[in-house]
Design a protein around this ligand. Structure first.
Ligand code: B1M
Length: 213
């Protein structure tokens, strides 16, 4: 049984190699990647978030903790992305919106959706509406996924939705998520779905994917 409180503390301290080692050991014990992600990594990062909020931690320490989280995620990625499902559930353009540099949640959504057979085009962070539109056209995608972690950047999701409509891409389904985003906000801005977590995002992509044939 992994020592999750210790793993959370190790992530909090930003000790990336050790977080990697503990992740590997937990996998070696036969623990599933979802449990390790949730109990070992996300739980540790939520303490970082709390302490950041109350100025007990500052940006450099949070960055170092984020690096440790990514060290664990890199080991889980092949397992979360492997899935058993056949390819081509659909193509999803995914990105964190303009002005926002948070990418851990977006990366998780990408990993889990790949595992469910989606082709994920990950635009990265700080993405403008024009970049989303261009990517939809280039890849002939039917779904756009957006992530925002800041109250100041979440309104930009509406800019992307409006731009898609202006560009004649109103048939493209849009799913939004990120810590400050809610179901109500998603409805307000005209999104087709809101994912509270990466698993829900994948369920929504499945509902939104065009029926083959
Ligand atoms: Co930032 N930051 N940050 N930060 N940061 C938050 C978001 C904050 C809540 C911290 C706090 O005060 N408690 C706060 C925002 C406050 C607000 O807007 N009201 C904040 C702030 C203020 C800032 C800066 C402004 C700080 C500064 O510079 N003074 C700055 C902004 C930079 C910018 O973006 N322009 C900043 C910077 C940073 C770092 C660079 C240091 C680092 C990011 C590193 C990185 O991502 N590579 C960072 C981090 C790590 C955080 C916290 C601590 C953790 C975020 C995270 O990765 N969580 C965060 C606190 C928090 O969220 N509690 C905080 C783990 C991740 C798995 O969760 O991303 O929520 P999350 O994803 C979830 C769901 O939301 C969902 O699925 C995932 C789980 O399954 N999901 C989707 C996400 N996207 C989805 C899309 C979907 C569906 C579901 O559909 C498509």
């Amino acid at each position: 049984m992994p020592d999750y409180p210790l793993m959370n503390q190790t992530l909090y301290e930003g000790r990336a190699p050790l977080v990697g080692k503990m992740t590997e050991e937990a996998l070696g014990e036969g623990i599933g990647p979802e449990e390790i992600l949730q109990e070992g990594l996300i739980a540790g990062m939520s303490v970082v978030g709390e302490d950041f909020k109350y100025n007990r931690l500052y940006v450099p320490q949070v960055l170092i903790a984020a690096r440790a989280m990514k060290a664990g995620m890199a080991l889980l990625k092949p397992l979360l992305s492997a899935g058993g499902e056949s390819k081509s559930s659909g193509t999803v353009i995914m990105g964190t919106v303009k002005g926002d540099l948070h990418d851990i949640g977006k990366n998780l959504v990408c990993m889990m959706a790949e595992g469910a057979g989606f082709e994920m085009i990950d635009l990265g962070v700080d993405q403008s509406a024009d970049k989303f539109v261009a990517a939809v056209r280039e890849h002939n995608a039917s779904i756009v996924g957006m992530s925002a972690l800041l109250t100041t950047t979440m309104p930009y999701m509406k800019v992307v939705i409006d731009t898609l409509k202006e560009e004649g891409l109103e048939h493209v389904k849009v799913c939004v998520g990120g810590a400050p985003v809610s179901e109500m906000f998603a409805e307000e801005i005209g999104a087709d779905g809101y994912g509270a977590d990466a698993s829900r995002a994948v369920e929504l992509f499945k509902e939104m994917a065009p029926v083959p044939g």
